[in-house]
Design a protein around this ligand. Structure first.
Ligand SMILES: Cc1cc2nc3c(=O)[nH]c(=O)nc-3n(C[C@H](O)[C@H](O)[C@H](O)COP(=O)(O)OP(=O)(O)OC[C@H]3O[C@@H](n4cnc5c(N)ncnc54)[C@H](O)[C@@H]3O)c2cc1C
Length: 565
């Protein structure tokens, strides 16, 4: 007899599972239930409807039940909510939301891809008001668009500075709104380390967004929001983007085991504790490939891969689920920001012995008109050099660099491998030694103790304690702007001025981006100076690191003026 497969949830994980099941089993009966009005819509492009980069909301819907039936012989039942699972009887109870009628459907195998729910803290006064929105499906963005247009609203607050929040902010700014972005922690985009986030803070601020960090939402009124600091901000519409949590109620009520992170617990082949029930996507708990800890990773790529694997497993194929590393990317105005693997915060949390490279190379040959700098951070294990993670922010192809590192991590690569990696090169695309190769070279210098560094966040402390800081840029650059108290000994002069460099105390070197100071550090090391440190990120890094906090915390800058070029 033909197999009967039921899939709950009709978007990224659900639709991918159903399609793969069909490709593996032409005779099966496949029914996909979706409680919303659309299957297979592009969640990822939802914010792009707010600025009409996607012109019509219908364009967000990629497939419909008729196409599913015609092309895949899959019955996609929209507005049909699965309200109960009976694992013993192997049936589900479905509510047709159009007629309100309930009916039962039996299964041989059931796949849950119910996704995640937007977190809506009920402790926030006014959270259920009509001017409060989320961005989860097509209906949500249509509602926001209508509300803003019909009420001619100018002032909008976005709560939460993860990638959905940031995408909404940019789309709203494109349409000329006054946007406040509120974030409870001290930085936007949690996958990035703080010094990298500071680059994004400046970019967000430069683009006119009212960015508020380290404050949280207490109450929403018709025309303003009230924050825990007591601050009040004008906002007539509020978009909540404070995160998502696995939508597990259906699974839980059926006795499906939930993991400690709050997602459905699945095995190697995405099977739950019931042998005929599988789960994929945002609703499950996954294992981190590097730390082996359980985690959640609500992203489209993993959901689609898990969907294929579950369908394969259902059809008797062996599945190799080796866990996730977490790669993601976001556009923040003129910058692209991507990350993969672990960041420094993770390394500290999991007590890993690690080190890092933070540098700011050019993304293309400097003679190319569209070259620009890229802020790049690589994390690696000490002393093995195993690659743990990376973050990149720049105007150019950060995705290319981070994808290379993601590949290296997946293949268990080391900085030695990264150094040797042969990547394509011509001036319009990169540099002969690509950014990732160069990052590996710096990492090896650190591993072989050829080079000592201090992080950019320590520079203020150094300045305030009167540390001996040497700026090796040329005189003209120094006179334009420099770190307060730094002594200027240009690369072109340092060999004649060695007597000015003390041997009895630490000396902290920097230039613009770290390359020239590295040369001086290497030379001094060979000339018997063994207490020399390079300031990671150099003057550019210091400028970006300090700028936003100086501006918002009203503190005395440690530079005579900032340098962002
Ligand atoms: C605005 C936005 C932007 C995003 N951008 C990116 C991006 O750029 N890159 C990226 O990797 N990821 C992005 N994501 C995340 C990505 O969309 C999700 O990780 C992915 O869609 C998860 O797939 P899923 O199948 O688990 O859940 P979903 O795609 O959310 O699908 C779950 C579906 O199940 C339905 N459902 C739930 N319960 C029931 C029930 N009982 N009966 C019937 N139906 C039910 C829901 O209505 C929902 O439609 C974005 C998400 C959003 C919201």
């Amino acid at each position: 007899m033909a197999n009967k497969y039921l899939v709950v949830g009709g978007v990224a994980g659900g639709a991918s599972t159903a399609a793969r099941l069909r490709r593996l089993d032409e005779n099966a009966k496949i029914i996909m239930f979706e409680k919303g009005p659309h299957v297979s819509f592009s969640n990822c492009c939802l914010p792009n409807f707010l600025n009409k980069q996607v012109a019509k909301s219908d364009d967000l819907v990629l497939m419909n039940p008729t196409i599913f039936k015609k092309q895949y012989n899959i019955e996609a039942r929209v507005n049909n909510e699965v309200v109960k699972i009976n694992p013993e009887k192997k049936t589900v109870l479905v509510k047709d939301l159009s007629s309100q009628k309930e009916y039962e459907e039996s299964y041989d195998k059931l796949v849950l891809s119910t996704g995640a729910l937007a977190i809506m803290p009920q402790s926030i006064k006014g959270i259920d008001k009509d001017n409060v929105f989320i961005v989860k499906n097509v209906g949500d963005v249509v509602k926001i668009d209508n509300f803003l247009r019909e009420k001619n609203i100018k002032d909008v607050a976005v709560i939460g500075a993860g990638f959905i929040g940031l995408e909404c902010v940019e789309a709203l700014m494109d349409t000329g709104k006054n946007v406040t972005l509120l974030e409870a922690t001290n930085q936007v985009m949690a996958p990035f380390d703080y010094e990298m986030a500071q680059i994004l803070h400046k970019e967000i601020d430069d683009n006119g967004v009212n960015l508020i960090l380290e404050d949280s939402l207490v109450a929403i009124e018709d025309d303003k929001i009230i924050l825990s600091s007591g601050k009040e901000v004008v906002a007539k519409a509020v978009i909540m983007a404070v995160g998502v949590k696995p939508d597990i109620d259906l699974a839980k009520s059926a006795g499906i085991e939930i993991g400690k992170t709050g997602g459905i617990l699945v095995d190697q082949s995405y099977r739950t504790n019931f042998k005929d029930i599988y789960a994929v996507g945002d609703v499950i708990e996954v294992q981190h490939r590097i730390t082996n800890h359980k985690t959640k990773l609500p992203l489209a790529g993993p959901a689609q891969k898990q969907a294929r694997a579950a369908a394969d497993s259902i059809n008797g194929r062996t599945v190799m689920n080796r866990g996730v590393i977490g790669s993601s990317i976001v556009k923040v105005f003129d910058f692209n920001a991507a990350s993969t693997g672990l960041n420094e915060k993770d390394c500290i949390k999991y007590d890993l012995d690690y080190d890092y490279v933070f540098f700011i190379p050019n993304d293309k040959v400097g003679l190319m008109p569209d070259h620009s700098k890229m802020f790049f951070k690589l994390l690696f294990e000490n002393p093995t050099g195993k690659i743990l993670g990376a973050q990149a922010i720049g105007r150019g192809n950060v995705d290319k660099r981070i994808d290379v590192i993601a590949t290296m991590i997946t293949m268990g690569g080391y900085v030695e491998d990264l150094k040797e990696l042969e990547l394509c090169y011509a001036p319009p695309f990169g540099t002969a030694k690509d950014i990732v190769n160069n990052a590996a070279l710096v990492a090896l210098n650190i591993l072989y103790r050829e080079y000592k560094q201090v992080p950019v966040m320590k520079v203020r402390e150094l300045v305030e304690s009167g540390a001996y800081i040497v700026d090796v840029r040329e005189k003209k650059e120094y006179s334009h702007s420099h770190i307060k108290g730094a002594i200027n000994i240009p690369l072109s002069e340092f060999r004649e001025r060695l007597d000015e460099i003390p041997k009895d105390k630490p000396v902290y070197m920097h230039c613009r981006s770290g390359q020239r100071s590295y040369n001086v550090v290497r030379a001094l090391g060979q000339l018997g100076f063994d207490n020399i440190y390079n300031i990671s990120g150099s003057f550019l890094g210091v400028s970006y690191y300090e700028y936003y906090n100086d501006k918002t915390k009203n503190r005395e800058p440690i530079v005579t003026s900032y340098n962002f070029n």
